[in-house]
Ligand binder design. Structure first.
Ligand SMILES: [Zn+2]
Length: 151
């Protein structure tokens, strides 16, 4: 017997799965889903999950997110999975991989930092050993779950 789908399949697009329930609204906001007029978007909240107990997921038809958007999700929902769907088939399924650099995604919490005083993009490096983001300009370290995003 095939497993029943909790949310309908899409023909082409992106599926973001294993989103913690409490992160769903933030992810919807970070991806600006309201600005995708050509996409059908299905959002599942509090679905059953073998791994998490409960989870949320988002299916977006006819849209593939930019590297910048996916890098943002690496920080917001590091344990979620990303699937690229083409013609109802999963073309690619993977975890979010943390990039080593984040360009203009994270706000520096240091008010003295040049990025908070000049009109310029921020830049952070990911330090895998400490699991923190470090400002390229002032060296301020930010825990990934305390990040404020630029958008
Ligand atoms: Zn800084």
């Amino acid at each position: 017997m095939s497993k029943q789908l909790q949310v309908a399949a899409i023909q082409n697009g992106t599926v973001i799965d294993h989103i913690p329930n409490e992160k769903l609204v933030e992810v919807v906001r970070l991806l600006h889903l309201e600005r995708l007029p050509n996409s059908s978007i299905m959002i599942g909240y509090n679905l059953n999950s073998e791994q998490l107990g409960h989870k949320s997921l988002i299916k977006v038809s006819n849209h593939y997110f930019s590297k910048e958007e996916l890098d943002t999700l690496c920080i917001a929902i590091p344990n979620a999975t990303l699937s690229i769907i083409e013609d109802y088939q999963i073309k690619e399924k993977r975890a979010f991989d943390m990039p080593s650099d984040f360009d203009n995604i994270v706000v520096c919490p240091n008010p003295m930092c040049i990025t908070n005083n000049e009109p310029m993009p921020t830049k952070f490096h990911y330090c895998a050993d400490k699991k923190v983001l470090k400002c390229h300009y002032c060296g301020k370290e930010v825990e990934t779950d305390e990040v404020r995003f630029t958008k």
